[in-house]
Design a protein around this ligand. Structure first.
Ligand code: SAM
Length: 384
């Protein structure tokens, strides 16, 4: 290849190398084809031990990232043409160099992959944020799609739920987009479907750098989450077998999420969010017994003698007190219906965004209510 074009190739590769350093955890693989006359020679590379394992002409070398440009240029100079495809999550970069020209182009995988096998009668005409087609690898791994790429009948509801969750916090995710990297903590993550979906959406659709931490005290779900992350090659995730209330993060946490964390595990998640000064907390609470077993309110006694009404009121009081204490701690809170009550009664989504250091009036209201109801919520106990 001409010296001048090699110099240009080197320039593009230097940019790629910088990107690789910056986005190493998003890097999937590199493939290249070198042409000499009619003969083609293929090479490939994959992430390994903080560097790249590069294979060309049957020889594999372990490279440091900062030697990638040099290595690829020394290969390219021996050929007439070279095509390099660099794959990172959500984006493919293609560099083509020959004696006439050197070109670089970027392909967004969101627009590239065909939307296949969508049966709109089956999933409705909803404009999904996590779309069948571009998100197929993810949706297959988390069991929404069959191997053939069709939405499984018994997973339609789950698909709608997770997509709606993303929709409800989409603007929040965009607001967090000012951060260099968004660290998300999923409390009581279970098999971490929600984290996988949010990771996909942040990384591959919004193109935001992020890191996910999943916490659960069940070893089996942590093992299965790790396996899924391996299969998906999502390397920006860590999972810990840990009780939420004992966890001490090793980095700043910007967003805390919890989906159906049982009973007071939701309080542990909220308290952890407050303790680590998270910019946002999003929680879909689960069954709750604590306040039901504590509260008494004499004026309502003629109504609360009916067990079912006492239980329903306890649900309202539990989430109401949670929201008020979050407000007292400087969060702006909204509570919305997450999914239809026909699907599950645990259908509220509590969304809190840190906007101030605290709210004295909300704290006074909270303390007054606590006294009137004779309750002692775990959430408050875990904040201090
Ligand atoms: C109903 S599952 C929900 C899982 C997941 N968030 C989802 O929606 O698919 C609740 C999860 O919370 C975990 N969990 C409950 N209390 C916990 C605690 N104190 N610390 C860590 N994990 C907890 C359970 O092991 C379980 O995996």
């Amino acid at each position: 290849m001409k010296k001048q074009n090699l110099m240009k190739l080197k320039l593009f590769l230097t940019g790629l190398e910088e990107r690789l350093k910056e986005n190493y955890l998003l890097f999937n693989k590199i493939e290249f084809t070198c042409t000499s006359g009619l003969k083609k020679f293929k090479g490939k590379g994959a992430p390994k031990e903080e560097g790249i394992s590069l294979n060309f002409n049957g020889v594999t070398n372990q490279l440091k990232i900062e030697t990638l440009t040099e290595e690829l240029c020394s290969i390219a100079e021996q050929y007439d043409e070279v095509e390099i495809k660099y794959y990172e999550r959500g984006t493919t970069i293609i560099i083509e160099a020959d004696n006439k020209n050197v070109k670089i182009k970027y392909e967004d995988q969101q627009t590239k992959e065909p939307v296949e096998n969508i049966n709109t009668a089956q999933i409705g005409n909803r404009d999904y944020l996590v779309k069948v087609g571009p998100a197929n690898r993810l949706l297959k791994e988390i069991g929404i799609l069959s191997k053939e790429g069709k939405v499984k009948n018994d997973m339609i509801r789950k698909y709608n739920q997770i997509d709606h969750f993303v929709e409800l916090i989409e603007d929040l995710l965009k607001e967090l987009g000012d951060l260099d990297e968004i660290n998300v903590l999923d409390c009581g993550c279970g098999k971490s479907y929600l984290s996988f979906v949010l990771n996909y959406y942040l990384t591959e659709v919004l193109k935001k750098k992020c890191h996910f931490i999943g916490l659960d005290y069940s070893e089996s779900v942590i093992d299965s989450s790790k396996k899924m992350a391996d299969n998906l090659k999502y390397r920006n995730m860590s999972f810990f077998k840990e009780d939420i209330k004992n966890y001490i993060p090793d980095r700043d946490i910007h967003l805390v999420i919890s989906l159906h964390a049982c009973d007071t595990a939701t309080d542990m998640a909220l308290a952890l969010g407050v303790r680590c000064n998270a910019k946002a907390i999003v929680s879909v609470p689960c069954c709750q017994k604590e306040i039901l077993n504590q509260y008494e309110y004499e004026p309502l006694q003629p109504i609360l003698k009916h067990g079912i009404l006492k239980a329903r009121m306890a649900d309202v009081l539990t989430d109401g007190l949670r929201a008020l204490l979050l407000e007292a701690k400087g969060y702006k809170v909204s509570i919305v219906e997450y999914i239809s009550p026909l699907e599950t009664p645990k259908n509220l989504l509590l969304r809190a965004e840190k906007t101030s250091y605290g709210n004295k009036q909300a704290m006074e209201q909270y303390q007054a209510l606590k006294k009137a109801l004779k309750v002692n919520p775990t959430f408050e106990k875990l904040i201090y």
